[in-house]
Design a protein around this ligand. Sequence first.
Ligand SMILES: Nc1ncnc2c1ncn2[C@@H]1O[C@H](COP(=O)(O)OP(=O)(O)OP(=O)(O)O)[C@@H](O)[C@H]1O
Ligand SMILES: O=P(O)(O)OC[C@H]1O[C@H](OP(=O)(O)OP(=O)(O)O)[C@H](O)[C@@H]1O
Length: 332
Amino acid sequence: MDLVNSLEGRLLFAVPKKGRLLQAALNLLEGADIQFKRENRLDIALVKNLPIALVFLPAADIPTFVGEGRVDLGITGYDQVQEHDAGTRALARLRRLSNDWDSSRAPNKPQGCETVLDLGFGACRLQVQVPAKGQYVERKDLIGKNVGTSFVHLAREYFARLEMEQEGIQDTTKVEGRKLRTKIIELSGSVEAACALGVADGIVDLVESGETMKAAGLKAIDTVVETSAILIKSKAPSDPALVDLIASRIRGVITAQRFVLCQYNVPRAKLAAATEITPGKRAATVTALDEEGWVAVSVMVEKKRIAVVMDDLVQVGAEDILVLDIHNTRSN
Ligand SMILES: Nc1ncnc2c1ncn2[C@@H]1O[C@H](COP(=O)(O)OP(=O)(O)OP(=O)(O)O)[C@@H](O)[C@H]1O
Ligand SMILES: O=P(O)(O)OC[C@H]1O[C@H](OP(=O)(O)OP(=O)(O)O)[C@H](O)[C@@H]1O
């Protein structure tokens, strides 16, 4: 049977095929025990232990496939979903204007995608940037100028709103179809080079550490969207129960990545002070020790806080503090 026919009856799950989100997405799939083998150059992989097929797509296209209900689940950036939604708003406005809408072609499934959960990686900001030592200081200085970006729809909405604000228009929500004075130039990568090469006066691009921006002699003057990787689902998934199962597994893996298990012994008289430092996700597990007046505590603590928590526990009299990695978790 060919691969396309073997997709029948399987939940389709889109994963970024390359780039910044790929490795972290693969780690999540492994943690969620979604087993597959991706053949060389094939963008579809059948999952061995669940009725799922993985589809490897560019992160920017995943909101389209999920939003149209062609794929049930997907991992992509929140920025990509926002860009896709802004594009959909622009297209709808164009169609209304040109009466180019044949209702018989309307999709029979509800359109759009829903966010299931934040995946806790791929955090960065979509920012407006200008040359650090140039003539542009504030965002309004870019009105009427050339702005380079891969996020053309979000940039158009951003500058439409900015231009309306400058003209004293109170309601800046109706941005679609507005004739822009600012020229948005579509670039597909290496956007930071656009200012130095004279293609643009400013750019709208992603910033994580800020190293690329700094190296290109740019500075950020505003943030358009704060983003991180998210799990999205279509509004009418083929198997809602399986979507919930996958979401629950992935949530468990993310919790395991974020928390460590902290165990310590403490005099019962100091227990209240200690559990104030480590209240746990729900509550601390406290068990009696085979030593008069002492108890053992076991509790989940956020990984990034653990060093300070251990310092504070020692201060209140805790002893024998152990910190253990959590392999996986599951809860409702
Ligand atoms: N520096 C970064 N730090 C963290 N996340 C990022 C960073 N750059 C991009 N991302 C996230 O990863 C998503 C995909 O970006 P990435 O540049 O990896 O895509 P790509 O598919 O390789 O596309 P392209 O070919 O345009 O570079 C972005 O939409 C964003 O959510
Ligand atoms: O703030 P930083 O940590 O330096 O990261 C920001 C850079 O990362 C992304 O580009 P990527 O490297 O994915 O390549 P691209 O320019 O081809 O999109 C983004 O477009 C910036 O250029």
